[in-house]
Design a protein around this ligand. Sequence first.
Ligand code: ADP
Ligand SMILES: CCCC(=O)OP(=O)(O)O
Length: 361
Amino acid sequence: MRAYYILAINPGSTTTKIAVYKDQQCVLERALTHDRDELDRCGSVMGQKPLRQQMVMQALREAGQGQEQEHIVLDAVVGRCGMVKPLDSGTYRIGDKMVEDLSSGEASLHASSLGGLIARDIGDALGIPAFTVDPVVTDELVPQAKLTGMPGIERRSIFHALNAKAMARRACAELGKSYQNSRLIVAHMGGGITVGAHHYGRVIDVNDAMMGEGPFTPERSGALPLVPVIDMCFSGQYSRQEMVDLITNQSGMQALLGTNDLRVCEKMIKNGDSFAALVLESMAYQVSKQIGAMVAVLCGRVDGIVLTGGMAYSDRFTGQIKERVDLIAPVFVYPGESEMLAMAQGALAALQGSCRILEYE
Ligand SMILES: Nc1ncnc2c1ncn2[C@@H]1O[C@H](COP(=O)(O)OP(=O)(O)O)[C@@H](O)[C@H]1O
Ligand SMILES: CCCC(=O)OP(=O)(O)O
């Protein structure tokens, strides 16, 4: 069987990661880091598209790839997909309707929306298909998890579906069980933090990464007491957009310590900053508490707990979480993410015809 070359693009809140795969083998990988000031100067998430796209093309050119490539001819491009309508897990073609929804309204809340848009632009320029896999809006919540006490407001599933499911499968392989037959809790701890209950292959509850739920993160507020937030909204000091920006990318560690980088926070702690130590402990405490909530979702029967995402590189941070939760079930620490490989595998299956390519309506 011939080999396929696939470009994967993954814009996160603090990085844009790219990789080229020959089938499932990674032949190029780059993590392009953005600091908050650089992103803020773009004005909005959609305003970041030229910057991130240029950086992707530059990195590909430098690696001897891109449109001028001589040795590698790409067969497909796959992008992490952002905030479109709730979808089943799977591989989707990035069609016109998806581009329209990725370019408008709520999609602009999170950088992952740019993954689909940049992938489609590059796919069109090269005349190859553009796909996306397990979008952040993958929705498998049970009805009990969706209902709130406020008619008209429903909880939603917005989370690190791609990496959480990939890492859950990795833990299952270690446990010698199938994903479809396991009960796991997966905490992805990156720019955003989501903690989900994986019940027999479906994520039946998870904190929404964007809408003010769960732990605070390197740059998000997480859950807040409502009435003080209402007071801020009506104070006349903030527009709606400013309030949304505040809770989605200018709170958390960024607001408390002036950095969204856990490595900087750890240096501050080493230099004797006791407030930085409290911030890190509090974030670990809140992640642990969210894991506790998911234990109840799984009726107390948990095969394993997975800690993953960029912050799982920190032994100090994962150590503090383990202290609180390792009595519940074995803890697996998988630093970083498998999003690139998971995307490439989804696109490869589509190219080989071994999975159904889903269309976004
Ligand atoms: N080696 C490391 N040690 C400690 N923290 C790290 C390390 N690498 C990344 N991080 C932290 O992880 C967070 C970003 O996670 P990541 O999953 O890469 O982000 P994104 O959500 O943008 O994909 C940042 O706070 C970053 O400082
Ligand atoms: C939109 C949900 C996923 C998320 O929060 O991603 P980051 O951690 O990359 O911001």
